[in-house]
Design a protein around this ligand. Structure first.
Ligand SMILES: Cc1cc2nc3c(=O)[nH]c(=O)nc-3n(C[C@H](O)[C@H](O)[C@H](O)COP(=O)(O)OP(=O)(O)OC[C@H]3O[C@@H](n4cnc5c(N)ncnc54)[C@H](O)[C@@H]3O)c2cc1C
Length: 467
């Protein structure tokens, strides 16, 4: 009989609970991945993410082949067919036990339940692992055993848990047999692959680890000072790896903790570790409140907001021609590279949901369909934070002024000039709000909305909810 590891959103061999467990049994091990293009489309996967996943799947296949583990790439379509596909696969390969790491989206949980039922009926044992976060999802609870809905106390408890528990990495398995020849997905056959932007980061687990180590060795000390400035490489750019499970949160925590334990860690390292806690926080929100993954607001009362019709304003936002330079630069960065800086994600999300007063769900889906690091828990968390419909969100009356944000975080207009060449000739004073000084260059639009008036209107609409 044979053990089977089902890879999904965890494309790595190191620190992988399911893989380590399968290899600790004294049976041969196989691995599988099911391509579900229709499901991915329904979940708004971007071409950038698709390309990232395909490249990393091919890389994973090579790593597993060196360990003597063949990876079968099954061609499926939707999650609903997975139980039948896996059952046939288990029967063909005489599988006694299947191992996988849990995911917390509603469709993913439903899929896993049906898989478990189908396989259990056929006598295949199902072993699942809670592997996605530093502290297993659902572990960090208040003293009353309730989930946290505010980040700061969650993060305090999370840090305490991590320091006390020191969650060990799952050892990468040793080769269990002779190398096998790796399966490969043919990238030419995937239409969206060709439409994807050039990869932002290197391919493979090795590249991810080198990027993590380089960031911690060379750049983390400046993280606190630089992380809000989009023109500078001030952040780790690890999100594509973390979102697709090429790197684990635990690996990040352990790498940071090694420096902290050695003493003399820069303060900025703690700031960075806090971002890993944000990731775990939003995964926990999805775990405890699955409705957020089904287009529902965390704060149910905000469901009563009546959003504007999308129309031209939404198109202008998507294409980066709103007439507000920092918003346009950010939206063009997203389309051209498949990534957007965190400060800009907040600015553009607030602009959509407050100044344009368009439904945050439209923005959430647009981000997802362009981001290489599109990740349900964090994308939803970030959008609901910005739209003030979420857990521990920005209060509805604190609406960013994008022009002021621009002056503060892109003072020399360097980032704007990079993505909005129409404005390259403006000086540093005028570039943030060219309309205010009557210098809008030809070919660049006037702002599609009055920032002050729309801010007031948004606040009034939120206030009306209370009545
Ligand atoms: C509207 C909006 C949408 C977002 N959508 C996503 C998304 O789809 N996928 C995604 O991974 N992140 C998302 N984020 C969070 C954040 O913008 C990105 O994680 C970050 O920009 C990635 O860059 P980095 O790897 O250089 O981050 P660093 O600053 O180096 O942080 C390290 C890691 O911490 C995690 N992290 C950092 N900030 C956050 C945060 N606010 N929430 C959750 N995790 C965080 C990420 O895994 C990140 O890779 C969103 C934020 C907002 C405001």
């Amino acid at each position: 009989m044979t053990q089977l590891v089902w890879f999904r959103n965890d494309l790595r061999t190191a620190d992988h609970a399911a893989l380590t467990a399968a290899c600790s049994q004294s049976e041969p091990v196989r691995a599988c991945f099911i391509a579900t293009p229709e499901q991915w489309q329904e979940h708004d996967w971007s071409p950038a993410r698709l390309r990232f996943v395909v490249d990393h799947l091919n890389s994973l296949s090579e790593s597993l082949a060196r360990l003597g583990i063949p990876l079968d790439i099954l061609q499926g379509s939707r999650f609903t067919n997975n139980p039948r596909e896996l059952l046939a696969h288990c029967q063909e390969h005489r599988i006694s036990q299947i191992h996988f790491n849990e995911e917390f989206g509603v469709n993913e949980r439903r899929r896993d339940k049906f898989v478990r039922d189908a396989l259990a009926d056929a006598g295949v044992n199902v072993a699942k692992y809670r592997d996605q976060t530093v502290a297993p999802a659902g572990t960090i609870l208040t003293q009353q055993d309730q989930p946290y809905s505010v980040f700061t106390p969650f993060a305090r408890r999370w840090r305490q848990w991590a320091e006390e528990t020191n969650p060990a990495l799952y050892p990468t398995p040793r080769a269990i047999g002779d190398p096998v020849s790796p399966a490969r997905l043919d990238t030419d056959a995937i239409a969206a692959y060709a439409r994807a932007p050039e990869p932002l980061v290197g391919t493979g687990e090795q590249a991810a680890h080198e990027q993590l180590e380089r960031f911690l060795d060379e750049r983390v000390a400046d993280y606190k000072n630089l992380r809000d400035f989009p023109a500078v490489d001030g952040t780790s750019l690890l999100s594509p790896y973390l979102a697709n499970g090429v790197l684990s949160g635990r690996q990040c925590w352990q790498a940071a903790n090694r420096i902290i334990s050695a003493g003399g860690a820069p303060e900025a390292l703690f700031t960075w570790v806090n971002e890993i806690a944000w990731r775990d926080f939003y995964i926990n929100i999805l775990y405890h409140y699955p409705r957020v993954g089904m287009h529902r607001a965390f704060k149910p009362e905000t469901e009563a907001l009546v959003w504007n019709e999308p129309g031209d304003a939404f198109e202008a936002w998507k294409e980066g021609r709103t007439g507000v330079p920092i918003v346009d630069a950010a939206m063009r960065q997203l389309r051209q590279t498949g990534w957007m800086h965190n400060r800009l994600r907040m600015i553009t999300a607030m602009f959509l949901s407050k100044n344009l007063f368009l439904d945050w769900r439209l923005g959430e889906a647009w981000f997802m369909s362009n981001l290489v690091d599109g990740f349900l828990a964090s994308n939803n968390g970030g959008w609901q934070w910005s739209a003030s419909t979420g857990t521990d969100s920005a209060p509805y009356f604190r609406v960013f002024n994008p022009a002021t944000q621009s002056e503060r975080f892109d003072p020399d207009g360097e980032f704007i000039r990079r993505y909005v060449p129409e404005l390259a000739g403006l000086d540093n004073k005028r570039i943030h709000q060219p309309w205010a000084r009557g210098v809008i260059p030809k070919g660049y639009p006037r702002p599609i909305v009055d920032l002050k008036e729309s801010r007031k209107e948004a606040i009034a609409r939120f206030q009306a909810l209370k009545k």
